[in-house]
Ligand binder design. Sequence first.
Ligand code: GLN
Length: 562
Amino acid sequence: MGERDEEDRPFETTQGRDGGAGGGALTDLTRLHVHEMARLLRTGEVSSRALAEAHLAAAGRQNHALNAWLVIDRKSALAQADAADRRLAESRRPGGSGVAALHPLCGVPVGLKDLVSVKGGQATAGSKILKGYVAPFDSTVTARLRQAGAVILGKTNMDEFAMGSSTEHSAYGPTANPWDLTRVPGGSSGGSAAAVAAFHVPVSIGTDTGGSIRQPASLCGIVGLKPTYGRVSRYGIVAFASSLDQIGPLARDARDAAILLHAVSGRDDRDATSAPVPVPDELLDLPASDDEAASYLKGRRLALPREYFVDGMEPGVAARVREAVAAMEAAGAIIEEVSLPHTDYGLATYYIIAPAEASSNLARYDGVVYGFADRSSGDYIADYLCTRGTGFGPEVKRRIMLGTYALSAGYYDAYYLKAQKVRTLIKADFDAVWAAGFDAICAPTSPTVAFPMGARVEDPVAMYLSDACTLPVNMAGLPGISIPAGLSDGLPVGLQLVGAPWRELGMLRLARAYEAITARATWRDLEPAELHLTDDPTTPSPLERQARRTQGAPATGSGDQP
Ligand code: GLN
């Protein structure tokens, strides 16, 4: 341990100073972490423009085979990168504000899930009904990223209105998993996860209503963090289920996730549910040294809930999670088995509450204000029905019907109200763990590794079960993180850590400690197994694969582009 500390290592690049040609060993800028980029940008060893160019090139070359991006905005990205370079140069100048005052995200490329509003850009939420909609304002997350100096490369693919666990419910075609192009990246933030796993960006923004950051992070072998409900403003984010939705980072390590979380967190007057809880600056200083990071585990009390090793969990997943827990125990953590007895009700109550809130949130898509409209009939009511009939996909319609039913007179008490009461019991299970003095809960993120495209898309309940281990965390409003914990059958397995409310920092320190104690594991430095195929222009697109599977015939064209 200790020798991976990049601060000790001189950086060598073919780009050299300011991204120009230079000597040194071959180093691909897309392999850098945010904390490494920040250091090189500050010293001037690399420019934001060089970083943007390298990442745009990879995304541009490989998106055909992955469909991780719905938009790659080269022109805007390069303008933002040049602005970041000016800001960096200005603060480096003698008498300038000093580079230490800059956020580590200054000059760093990021991706945004396509439900984050960026003024003047699209926000389709993966739906046809928002095709053509142009956001008239920046979301608070966007504004804070701009303030930090981040460089937004584009918008990533997602399940329609964030409903799904595979990104196959996108109206713009599915996304492929770079570990195996015939498999899903998870969802609903599958585009954001695949883009980070494929080195198109070091970090991206996703949203998590029942698992949509953690589950795709798990399936793509990266880090994904769902903050405490109220940590990040939801202003300007297309709503799915307002009492559950949270925005959070996807990254390739805990330090980078912490940096992105720091940039977007904090109270916002435009979102009444955002909490006036201070954002710890220590998020920017997770230990670089593995020895220091690992020492955090000593004496930590970690709870292992027996209900999370659910029926249908793949043995390889359970094995990796138990090995991870054993490794933390060997490093000084105290592991105790606990019971969260209402876990089993998580799925049933989630699928009352989330659709109920969604049915209300989605009522606004009436063909008048937003995006797509079918005005062919000339009659207001008929146009409304046609717009919603063709604008929404089947999963969204299923949720609207479920939710409307659960909220209707006579059923409200039996379903919605009852579900809210069970939600309180689920939260009380977690509260008891914190009251007993545990630092975090350890569990699997997903019961399975990445599954084949098409395997669950016709079976909604099988798809819903993908989130059995993540949904209860949203029901209780808690922070949760998924971190890579090795492979099963050559595919990534995620370890989930859940913390008490507002304890993201402690959760990230634990995640960083786990990274430190597994720094030399053979799986650590593996790149996604089929990433190299994405450079081949003859590799079929996910939409072509889907068409071949469903029709047995090759598809033509690249599908419906927003
Ligand atoms: N898969 C879950 C659903 O479809 C969770 C999605 C999410 O977190 N946005 O509702």
